[in-house]
Ligand binder design. Structure first.
Ligand SMILES: [Zn+2]
Length: 161
């Protein structure tokens, strides 16, 4: 097992334990929250002379504390997921740096296939880049021009039909 596999498996094991422990922990917190006496157990309203909470404030504060602990568990879980996502993004970036990007296949001269007299002047194996707005390269176009002039199909070389 590679070092990476060992560490990934350890992380997966930890997450699997969390998958069972977190719901149980949240249930325990919710259970604790439900047991909080809405009006406190002291009874009566005491005059406050300190930072101490009133019997009404105390249970509210305890409930808020439990809510914060539950929210914190979800935040921590989100943080784990974000860290994993960032590590994955780093890997993707490093992979992209070392893997050559596949280029768009360059257009290839059609060698004049199908054009008048192409069996004589054309070059089906031509791999030159075609001229702008044409399917042929300049070499094949010139060969076609010469053939057309030589066979009376065109009066001057370079005179587009
Ligand atoms: Zn060509």
């Amino acid at each position: 097992m590679s070092e990476i596999d060992r560490r990934i498996n350890a992380a997966i094991g930890r997450l699997e334990r969390l998958a069972t422990k977190m719901p149980t922990a949240i249930d325990a917190l919710l259970d604790e929250r439900r047991k909080i006496d809405g009006w406190g157990s002291g009874g009566g309203v005491r005059v406050q002379h300190s930072a101490e909470l009133t019997p009404t404030e105390a249970p509210v504060d305890r409930r808020l504390d439990i809510d914060r602990r539950i929210a914190n568990l979800f935040d921590e879980l989100d943080a784990i997921r974000k860290i994993a996502r960032n590590v994955e993004a780093d890997c993707d970036r490093y992979i992209a740096v070392t893997t050559p990007v596949l280029e768009e296949p360059k257009p290839r001269c059609d060698g004049g296939i199908g054009r008048t007299g192409y069996l004589e002047w054309g070059d089906p194996g031509c791999v030159n880049i075609p001229e702008s707005y044409r399917k042929q390269c300049s070499k094949c176009r010139k060969a076609e021009d010469r053939w057309l002039v030589a066979h009376g199909e065109r009066r001057h070389i370079g005179n587009d039909v």
